[in-house]
Ligand binder design. Structure first.
Ligand code: ZN
Length: 314
């Protein structure tokens, strides 16, 4: 009877191992500051230098869990009481795409979304009116119109300041008027109000701005070309959204002349989508497609999914 017994023990051991790791591959847990490193996060809170308006130090005893999938990786750090503290999403190439901080009730407080260059081409056969993907957050803005400023002093040497501000304003108007390639009417109530130049930079200060600058100083990825930073009030409503364009990436307002540079309006159209609470999608034919090509103006008008989403969400 020895052989059946050891078989039984073996079976029990397998069952116990399965109970500890119900999904394959198994999640990994690390404690404390190691948890932040595991999630590829700097050991600073999400307010970037200003006096913290929210108790966002690393909670003692917090633990991280990593889940892997074919499309990428999700890493979560939870407080001791089990509430979510921060979650990161990486893509299949290992790039940090999104970071979300949650308050003590598990409600979203802050988001950071990194934008990356799309190196492949294949722009010729994009069909703007043949698919209708879009994804929006459930959150709303605390107020409309959404007032925003441009740090005109940060606009890079070589870019005309007035043209650059106009490009950013055109990107906002694109969503306000639901300007799309597919003849969808404008039923969106999203509303922006440009307030003029500012010297403010990206920080939690309740002012929504656009600037050029170093991405890593505000918690964004060093290999991104731009990033979006949104904050929410205690009721879960967004009340600030900053946009930073990377000062080390090449920008232009004349992509017809400056090949291999990123068009400001094109990228800003996508960023205003995030400011309008839309999320990145993998549908190459939409403005909210996650990748950004050099020498591309495709996103200067909305596609079908963007237009439907804009009318539906707002
Ligand atoms: Zn994006």
């Amino acid at each position: 009877m020895r052989a059946p017994q050891s078989l039984l023990l073996c079976a029990i051991t397998v069952l116990m191992l399965s109970a500890q790791a119900p999904s394959a591959p198994a999640g990994t847990t690390h404690n404390g500051v190691t948890a932040l490193a595991l999630c590829d996060l700097p050991p600073v809170g999400p307010d970037y230098g200003h006096a913290p308006t929210f108790p966002f130090t690393m909670p003692p005893g917090a633990a991280a869990t990593v889940d892997f999938s074919e499309s990428g990786e999700r890493c979560s750090v939870r407080r001791v009481d089990g509430t979510l503290y921060v979650r990161t999403v990486s893509d299949a190439l290992g790039r940090l795409v999104m970071t979300e901080y949650f308050d003590g009730r598990g409600s979203l407080y802050q988001e950071t979304i990194n934008e990356y260059a799309e190196e492949d081409f294949g722009t010729a056969d994009r069909e703007p009116c043949s698919s209708s993907s879009w994804q929006a957050r459930s959150q709303e803005w605390a107020f409309l119109p959404i007032q925003w400023y441009f740090n005109v002093g940060s606009i890079l040497y070589g870019l005309n300041k007035d043209t650059t501000v106009t490009a950013a304003r055109s990107a906002h108007a694109e969503w306000e008027t639901n300007d799309n390639k597919c003849l969808y009417p404008d039923q969106s109530s999203i509303d922006y109000g440009y307030q003029g130049p500012t010297s403010l930079t990206v920080a939690r200060d309740y002012q929504s701005i656009v600037d050029f600058g170093e991405l890593t100083l505000v918690g964004c990825s060093s290999t991104a070309i731009a990033c979006a930073l949104g904050w929410h009030n205690s009721a879960g409503q967004r009340n600030e959204h900053d946009i930073r364009l990377d000062d080390d990436s090449g920008w232009t307002n004349r992509p017809d002349l400056d090949l291999d540079l990123f068009d400001v309006w094109n990228l800003m159209a996508h960023e205003v989508g995030h400011r309008s609470l839309f999320l990145d999608i993998t549908d190459d034919w939409q403005v909210m497609f996650h990748g950004h090509r050099r020498d591309d103006t495709y996103k200067r008008r909305l596609s079908q999914g963007d237009a439907i989403g804009n009318n539906t969400k707002w």
